[in-house]
Design a protein around this ligand. Structure first.
Ligand code: IPM
Ligand code: MG
Length: 356
């Protein structure tokens, strides 16, 4: 087994060091190889996703990814910005199925901005389509408007599009995931306005015929945003397009108290995957040793489960994480009165200790 380790920018290297420490403590035999990605790769090689990094990611059995991005790259031409690294990896590796669980850990119910009874026991799974939609649709660009409200004015445009097979395959992923959980799928669209998402709704409905044991409900994205804060526990599996999934998964993450706790998996059709925390590079706290490494550590657990066929090892990590929370250890983002504040490294060490 070979794991590509791509720490990236900001807090990426700090949290990745803890995840690698935990992986090494499992006593499994695998090889790791580390490469630069994002702004760090741009600084060293002039490109956020250098050929060598892409080649490593392609050759590895799984990719563990930290985070990319820093304000200092905001002025670069788009193709050189750190975000292009993760978008490029998703596209080039065909990672179309993004799993973003939002689980509220018992000990962290108080950290949520919602009333405890609304989030206690929350366990929803957002499945976001990751290689299509307005994120990748062509054409896009800037031009002089030929029509519209201001003909002749400078304008910018993107293209929202989905092909039938793209919708079918993500719908299958969602129905199959729901079968292993609460057997309910909420497909989120904007069919009342957008042609792309009327088509999405039609295709998801068609695929659903093959899953009579799973309940399918359709919801407009604006209502879904509202229901997520009103009654989040009513959801089980949510499936949606790339852009709506980007937005709703941040919202769902925050319900759990801290985005610093949530892992994610992005899988191709053979379950090869890239695993990353749901949070970003947090340049404001980078290098201070205060970032929460648990999302990355839990991403490593997801990697063991989905891509490396090591369910027992995945469980060991998840149990260890629950144990350190039960001990009252908290990084600053999840700290509350009466618990013990620890730094990034102490948190990683505590997880390693709890593995034993
Ligand atoms: C995410 C991020 C990315 C996205 C950015 C960094 C390109 O927000 O993974 O949700 O928009 O997909
Ligand atoms: Mg996002």
């Amino acid at each position: 087994m070979k794991i590509a380790i791509l720490p990236g920018d900001g807090i990426g290297p700090e949290i990745m060091a803890e995840a690698v420490k935990v992986l090494n403590a499992l006593g499994l035999s695998f090889e790791t190889e580390t490469a630069l990605v994002g702004g760090a790769a741009y600084d060293a090689h002039g490109h956020p996703l250098p050929e060598a990094t892409l080649a490593l990611a392609k050759a590895a059995d799984a990719v563990l990814f930290g985070a990319v991005g820093d304000w200092k790259y905001d002025k670069l031409e788009r193709q050189f910005r750190p975000e292009q690294a993760i978008l490029g990896l998703r596209k080039q590796l065909g990672l179309f199925a993004n799993f973003r669980p939002a689980i509220c850990y018992e000990q962290l119910t108080q950290a949520s901005s919602l009333k405890p009874e609304l989030v206690a026991g929350l366990d929803i799974l957002i499945i976001r389509e990751l290689t299509g939609d307005i994120y990748f649709g062509q054409p896009r660009g800037r031009r002089s408007a030929v029509d519209g409200h201001f003909p002749g004015a400078e304008e910018a445009f993107d293209t929202m599009r989905y092909s039938k097979p793209e919708i079918e395959r993500i719908a299958h992923v969602a129905f199959q995931a729901a079968r292993k959980r609460g057997k309910k799928v909420t497909s989120v669209d904007k069919a009342n306005v957008l042609e792309t998402f009327q088509f999405w709704k039609d295709v998801v409905t068609e695929v659903h015929a093959q899953y009579p044991d799973v309940t399918l409900e359709h919801m407009y994205v604006d209502n879904a945003a509202m229901q997520l804060v009103k009654a989040p526990k009513a959801f089980d599996v949510v499936v949606t397009g790339n852009m709506f999934g980007d937005i709703l998964s941040d919202e769902a993450a925050m319900l759990t108290g801290s985005i610093g706790m949530l892992p994610s998996a992005s899988l191709d059709k053979n379950n090869k995957g890239l695993y990353e925390p749901s949070h970003g590079s947090a340049p404001d706290i980078a290098g201070k040793g205060v970032a929460n490494p648990l999302a990355t550590i839990l991403s490593a657990a997801m990697m063991l489960r989905f891509s490396l066929n090591q369910e027992a090892a995945a469980r060991r990590i998840e149990t260890a994480v629950k144990a350190v929370l039960a001990q009252g250890l908290r990084t600053a983002d999840i700290w509350s009165e009466g618990t013990t504040k620890v730094g990034t490294r102490e948190m990683g060490d505590a997880v390693v200790k709890a593995l034993a």
